[in-house]
Design a protein around this ligand. Sequence first.
Ligand code: ZN
Length: 222
Amino acid sequence: MSELNLILLGPPGAGKGTQAARLREDFGLPYIGTGDLLREHRQNQTELGVEAQKYMDNGDLVPDDLVIAMILSKVEDEGDDGFLLDGFPRTVPQADALARELDGMGRRLTAALLIEASDDVVIARLSGRRVCSAGHVYHVVDDPPKHEGVCDQDGKPLTRRKDDEPDTIKKRLSTYHAMTEPLKDYYDERGLLRRFDGTRDETEVHDHIRATLATLRLEERL
Ligand SMILES: [Zn+2]
């Protein structure tokens, strides 16, 4: 079997998390979310985790080479058939560094999967989300509770998370665009970018991704 070494790109609210979960099931690929990875290393007090902690204690960003070292060790441990990388790279220099290190392992990316949704769609999706304190999630339009503002399951009041306030979403989107637009071009120029319409039904998006990956694997074997 050929490897599927994949990067996930896309704005918040485009359904990246959902698609990642389904791809993990389909292909048994390890999901490498850089936020989780960093947390894991710090909790387990690994050498890399202790090193990262020093930077964080000083209020500094964890340097790219440390993050890449964490990614590579996960790829070595669990990624024989490939991996799903989410949250890294975020910049072109990071993408270059990752490509170089993978090359050093005799591997290369299969594709960068971009799940797209317009800002308007993202804002409507996220700002309509309501949660109760037990974590049950609703949407005022797509999945409303039976009684407005009250959780169906436990009667607790529903609120909007700070992250889902329109102003917060707009800020997250502008950060996303500033960082990711150059990456789209980067992967497009290298023939690695594959685009998916995140405004479609999640099963449709999933089927489209599966079909694309099947084609990529066939091409690899030729
Ligand atoms: Zn609830």
